[in-house]
Design a protein around this ligand. Structure first.
Ligand code: GDP
Ligand code: MG
Length: 244
């Protein structure tokens, strides 16, 4: 599907970069914080309730921005117990990052700092060392579960201020717009970084590890995968929860 929303016109990319219109976003965070829910909410505008928590997917989603098509590639990560090499490959792949915790889970909040450090460390150690740190949005999800809250809004704000990162508190379950705004803000930050440091978008060869991750293309309504792994999904295979 192609969604329209209003954003400043993308900055022109120089020379050989002109054809690049893809922004890669990696969703990180502990298990069960709502990474898949928020990703699928952004892409389909629906709240998906239950599905395989081990599912790891790259979603391709195209948006018309100022008359130009921008392709989001969103890596919705799954296992947080994976080996260091694999997580590093995923972080190297990304242009921008959404680091998610659940406001109902203190442990997931404590993990945010480590993930932020990891993202900065991996990017600084890679060939992108000369550039600014990559854009990151810290997201406190499940704010609808007020009675189960263990992390205050102020906790999230203070952490983000300390790390000089954007912060949003959202409910993937209840809010479509606020979920989309996370991705829009990140997109703007990526464009901003691009204008300061165009070389940051020179793509390196994608590792074999990344090629194994199944892909879902959502430019058509019958979104089906074209992943080289041969696995196939469709959004209709997820079970929708009734909307409140
Ligand atoms: P992931 O492991 O980080 O991908 O987490 P999931 O997206 O699988 O979500 C884990 C569980 O939390 C599922 O049962 C979701 O229905 C639920 N969930 C996700 N986001 C929200 C939210 O904003 N509010 C509520 N109440 N539940 C949510
Ligand atoms: Mg998931």
């Amino acid at each position: 599907m192609t969604t329209n929303f209003t954003l400043p016109r993308p900055l022109r990319r120089a020379g050989s970069l002109a054809s690049t219109r893809t922004v890669r976003i990696v969703i990180l965070g502990q298990a069960a914080v709502g990474k898949t829910a928020l990703t699928v909410r952004f892409i389909t505008k629906r709240f998906i309730g239950e599905y395989d928590p081990t599912l790891e997917t790259i979603y391709r989603h195209e948006l018309s921005v100022g008359g130009e098509v921008v392709r989001f590639e969103i890596l919705d990560t799954a296992g947080q117990e994976e080996d260091a090499l694999l997580i590093e490959e995923k972080i190297k792949w990304g242009d921008g990052f959404v680091i998610v915790y659940s406001v109902t889970d203190r442990c997931s909040f404590d993990e945010v700092m480590r993930l932020c450090f990891l993202v900065n460390h991996v990017h600084a150690a890679s060939r992108r060392s000369s550039m600014e740190p990559p854009p990151v949005v810290i997201v406190g999800n499940k704010k609808d579960l007020e009675f189960d809250r263990m992390v205050t809004t102020e906790d999230g704000e203070n952490l983000s201020k300390g790390l000089k990162l954007r912060f949003r508190e959202i409910s993937a379950r209840e809010g479509c717009e606020e979920t989309a705004e996370v991705f829009h803000a990140l997109y703007r930050d990526v464009l901003q970084l691009l204008s300061c440091s165009p070389t940051s978008f020179r793509r390196r060869a994608v590792s074999k590890l990344m090629e194994k991750i199944p892909r879902i293309h959502s430019t058509s309504t019958s979104s089906s995968t074209l992943g080289p792994s041969g696995r196939s999904f469709s959004f209709s295979s997820f079970r929708d929860l009734p909307q409140d």
